[in-house]
Design a protein around this ligand. Sequence first.
Ligand code: HEC
Length: 197
Amino acid sequence: MSIRKPLALLLVAGAIAATSVAIAANAPAGGGAAGEAGLPANADLTRIEGVAELEGADIVRGKRMYGQQGGNCISCHGWDGNGLGKNPRSEGNAALLRESGLDAAGFIEIIGCGIPGSPMPYHDSQAYKDDRCYGMTKADFEAGGEPHKGKAIKKNDIVNLVAYIMTSIQAKPAATYEDCVAWFEGTADKNCAGMKP
Ligand code: HEC
């Protein structure tokens, strides 16, 4: 464990505190609609309405970014964001995205920049090459303490992904059988049998 962890986390906390959700008066709601294929029945589009950072976001595409074809967030955070993914790097401890208090800017920053000193990887391919992330570059970390690199995700797909998380995972109660079917769609029979009421 790098001794820089506390510093890095302080920087993260500071960056989050400094951001706030901008409300655009006439920004259209994100793409997609509640009840749309693949989204949970309780997906709440009003949570991202008027959030300038997420304008025009495609929530269904964001769902794909959360899965194996995208950033593979499920491997650590679980399909339902309960933090119980099986990836050995996160030891079943990944943050509970359902309980996250982050706003859109905070999600965008953490997904792009990761959380140095923790298993949470960065997904912006340019992160730490320049100082866009917390004002730090790779040279600021000790050997072995560098931030982990995740699958590269383009900026607009990070926006789509955040729109999916904020409408379909964050602030939701424990996932239900129906949520499981919505996530797995075609393979629900196999993956959701254990959750059948
Ligand atoms: C290798 C495992 C791993 C992968 C892959 C991963 N994460 Fe994480 N993530 C973590 C861990 C562990 C934490 C908690 C870090 C800490 O606070 O010490 C975390 C924290 C977070 C947080 C902060 C939540 C909060 O409220 O503070 C967000 C947001 C997040 N992850 C989103 C994502 C998204 C989206 C993806 C996919 C693009 C992803 N993560 C991929 C392990 C992972």
